[in-house]
Design a protein. Structure first.
Length: 275
């Protein structure tokens, strides 16, 4: 399975790692640590050195309870960082985490390769056409509600089938617009209870029937913290365990805060499955 990142072909037959770079003051784990472009570049360099295949730059927190910020504020955070990384590391593959077409357009013009939209193109009607225009891969995530209210009372009749049906509809909408590569993110922690999250993880391989790459974003999330009664700073070991389960259940990309440990997890998984 291969995706075309605007001329850079990435083979996903071996799982890949996407390093998280939050340019925010309020993200749940690392808010404020990389807010300046220089600090962001330094952290991106660290993740690249540890083997990150993608760097996912986000300028707006999507933690439970977070509010949507203005497009201009988001751009002021993200654009200088994308430019700085590509200037110093033109080989890097940059994903930008945004739900606004205006932001997507600006970063794609600058040279970003992938758009990662927590709303899967539902928040901004112009998003899908913008991504299609630049022939960029599009990460479509399932989310019930929006960050401000998504964890108030998430409810499903059958969370696995409802997320599957959501992907079927979104893949069709993206394909009709001309998007070639879609990547499926079940949206762990986005409008799901603890039980919903583990039902999705247990059945994640079901989504591989859609013949699209699957991204698992489990890193230090509440589904790990609640299960182990720890805070995000103490959730690395649990994240590694969850990532191994995600790989076993068909994940092609692990989106993580801790790149070195995720690559070690992949290494053990690959050795275990070696024939």
């Amino acid at each position: 399975m291969t995706i075309n990142c605007r001329g850079k072909l990435i083979d996903l037959s071996s799982p890949k790692v996407m390093g998280i770079l939050n340019i925010t003051p309020d993200s749940f784990h690392d808010g404020g640590q990389f807010f300046s472009p220089d600090h962001a570049l330094h952290h991106a360099q660290k993740m690249l050195a540890e083997g990150a295949d993608f760097i996912d730059v986000g300028g707006m927190s999507s933690r439970p309870g977070a509010q949507i910020i203005s497009a201009d504020e988001e751009l002021n955070r993200v654009l200088p960082v994308v430019q700085k990384i590509l200037k110093h590391h033109p080989e890097a593959i940059i994903s930008v985490d945004t739900l606004r077409a205006k932001v997507a357009l600006a970063v794609l013009e600058t040279g970003a390769h992938i758009i990662n939209d927590i709303s899967a193109g539902r928040y901004d009607d112009g998003m899908i056409m913008t991504v299609a225009r630049y022939k960029a891969p599009f990460i479509i995530m399932h989310m019930q509600g929006m960050p401000a209210d998504m964890q108030k009372a998430p409810a499903y009749l059958d969370v696995v089938n409802e997320v599957y049906d959501f992907f079927v509809e979104r893949i069709s909408a993206c394909g009709k617009a001309g998007i070639i590569d879609t990547i499926l993110d079940p949206g762990y922690g986005f409008g799901k209870t603890l039980e919903h999250n583990y039902a999705l993880l247990r059945n994640q391989s079901y989504f591989t029937n859609l013949r699209q790459p699957v991204l698992a974003g489990l890193s230090r999330k509440s589904m790990i913290c609640q299960a182990l009664h720890v805070n995000p700073d103490k959730a690395l070991n649990g994240t590694t365990a969850a990532n191994m389960l995600a790989l076993t259940n068909g994940a092609n990309i692990l989106r993580v805060h801790d790149v070195k440990e995720a690559n070690e997890c992949i290494g053990i998984w690959e050795m275990f499955n070696k024939t």
